[in-house]
Design a binder for this molecule. Structure first.
Ligand code: MG
Ligand code: MG
Length: 249
């Protein structure tokens, strides 16, 4: 069942989205060389508390933090830790969400720590662009395959690959609702978008091959070849005037 949200419901999701944008801002401020990924989590927790929101990550299938922190070859679902110290030249994906009055938002961003190499810069830029290309397709009448094809097209023309095992999702009164949103095509196939659909689109783009590996902690997903990966995500509503990104300040 794919639900369509009313304008009032989308307004609540917009409020949750603003909290997530603020969490990102504070996490990015905290994510500097010498800090730990647990410091990044603490920055996000402060925003959650200040805004009277709840975390949809904390306790999710037992997840112990409000943010997933995924450095370098970690694709997604990295667990914040006092033992993971960020250093100059790293990249870090920061993924978090918030709940306001029962309504969810979810977004991710990848940032440089200090000075990063050119390939990492390009990986971050291309992954951001692949999300933007998908968002441009979030229009009534388009199909899910159009979104995936947009992501895949941008990533592959840059010589990168998209992760296939992990996908985006519908979002509303739960963080993960139907439908699943793959980061690959074919265009013109899959569910048709309608006004009121709200989607979390989240390309995960690898510098090397697309293969993934799950670590023994049951959460951390890494690239099998050890190359770097970037991740961007927004929560977006289909409206009568086109896509509305909800996870912005
Ligand atoms: Mg998500
Ligand atoms: Mg997310």
């Amino acid at each position: 069942m794919i639900t369509r949200k009313s304008a009032e419901q989308i307004a609540l999701m917009r409020r949750a989205g603003k909290v997530v944008a603020e969490m990102h801002e504070e996490c990015i401020r905290a994510a500097k060389a010498g800090a730990t990924t647990l410091d990044v989590d603490a920055a996000a927790r402060e925003v959650i508390d200040r805004r009277g929101a709840r975390s949809n990550f904390l306790g999710y299938h037992g997840f112990p933090a409000v943010v997933c922190t995924s450095p370098n070859d970690v694709i997604v679902h990295g667990i914040p830790s006092a033992d993971v110290v960020l250093k100059d030249g790293d990249i870090l994906s920061i993924d978090c969400g918030a709940i306001i009055e029962g309504w969810h938002a979810d977004a991710a961003v990848t940032v440089p720590i200090g000075d990063i190499d050119d390939e990492s810069k390009r990986l971050i830029e291309v992954t951001r662009e692949s999300l933007e290309a998908a968002i441009a397709q979030v229009v009534e009448g388009k199909r899910l395959g159009d979104l995936g094809a947009a992501v895949e097209g941008r990533a592959e023309e840059a010589g990168f690959t998209v992760v296939r095992e992990y996908v985006g999702h519908g979002i509303g009164t739960a963080m993960h609702e139907e439908p699943q949103i793959p980061n690959y095509g074919p265009a013109g196939r899959g569910m048709k978008l309608r006004e009121g659909h709200v989607l979390a689109i989240e390309p995960m783009v690898n510098a090397g091959g697309p293969e993934t590996e799950l670590l023994n902690d049951g959460w951390t997903v890494i690239t099998r070849d050890g190359r770097r990966s970037a991740h961007f995500e927004h929560t977006i509503a289909v409206t009568d005037h086109g896509p509305e990104v909800l996870t912005v300040p």
